[in-house]
Design a binder for this molecule. Sequence first.
Ligand SMILES: CC(C)(COP(=O)(O)OP(=O)(O)OC[C@H]1O[C@@H](n2cnc3c(N)ncnc32)[C@H](O)[C@@H]1OP(=O)(O)O)[C@@H](O)C(=O)NCCC(=O)NCCS
Length: 386
Amino acid sequence: MPDANAPKINKGLDGIYVSESKICKVDGLNGKLYYRGYPIDDIAANCSFEEASYLILHGTLPNRGQLDEFSKSLSAERDLPTLVVDVIEDTASEKDPMHVLMSAVSLLPAFDEEADDAGEDANLRKSIRIISKMSSIVAAIGRYRNEGEEYVPPDKSLDHVENFMYMLNGKKPTKQEYDIMRIMFLLQLEHSSNASTFSAMVTGSSLSDIYSAVTSAIGTLKGPLHGEADEMALKMIEAIGNPDNTEKYIEDALAGKQRIMGFGHRIYKTYDPRAKILKKYLLELQEHSAEDVRKLTEIALRAEKMMIDKLGASHGIWPNVDFFAGPLYTAAGIQIDLFTPIFAASRATGWCAHLLEYWKENKLIRPLEYYTGPLDLKYLPIGERQ
Ligand SMILES: CC(C)(COP(=O)(O)OP(=O)(O)OC[C@H]1O[C@@H](n2cnc3c(N)ncnc32)[C@H](O)[C@@H]1OP(=O)(O)O)[C@@H](O)C(=O)NCCC(=O)NCCS
């Protein structure tokens, strides 16, 4: 019997607004993205990580003095507590890097005297600590995953992205590696109320602390429908193996009702503007790329064409930011299971900015669920149950 009182249920909170925000506008119909009002193409073309991170946190582009001060405060926070490095050393070679990242971040408040200070200034200082240290943690995870590699302490004279690559590889990045990673860090920095950001806000809305909120967000980002899609997309491209296998592989996968990772989006029903930037960049790199990257790119381009022909205009399923990320990361020498941790290290800025904004007018997030189970059942003592 249909329940006449049943409310309309918006599964996955699809189409539901939960707050107002001035941080990021995702225009899913027109395929546009703005950070604090600035189009993402301009951000990608011009900004350093520090500049974009300042913009997202503070709401305006920094002047020279503000940028210098912000950059200094970020670089000053790069060191990790010894215990955190020890935990990474003990776990990174065998455990899922996202689990290691989550554990390491959850340890940080134990070393922060301001951990439970809920004041706005303290939360901003903690945001800077989190943004800075998460990159150090991910680099340390990357080192300890490879046998014989040790932790490389930060070099505070380098900028955020350069230092990340230095801590990861023990040497400064080439210009190409730096450019790729700058773009990746910038494009993943913020994306409005996505699943992980909402997760951070749910935790934050109970007036829990910022470390707990960011730890929740990391757990949410880990899923293949969210942050892990970039890894899955590259695994698929690698599994296709030969460009001439691409069309049949996609055809078979769709016929078997599989989801093609790196395509589709809850908000974008057209080409994700971030994917456009990554594709353009990948094509520009093509002639300078190694053979393996050229092959991955060719497969990606053929898969993209096939997906757009089959599901683009007809179903609104287009490439998202995760699809071209894999070949680019490969060109920068990044191992596949670091993609999502790097995404997290970049998105830390967005998570913190949303928490700072939401706490200005906090309200506990507590949605409803419509109960459809039985009522007034009779309690049976355990001996009388079948
Ligand atoms: C991101 C995603 C979860 C958003 O989807 P959503 O708005 O919740 O929509 P749904 O999951 O309900 O999908 C709607 C329909 O499109 C199909 N679809 C969505 N994404 C698809 C994909 N990548 N490949 C094939 N089919 C897809 C679904 O199978 C579903 O079809 P159906 O109505 O016949 O069952 C979804 O597109 C997806 O799973 N993409 C792959 C993972 C990914 O790349 N995530 C990163 C996002 S940035």
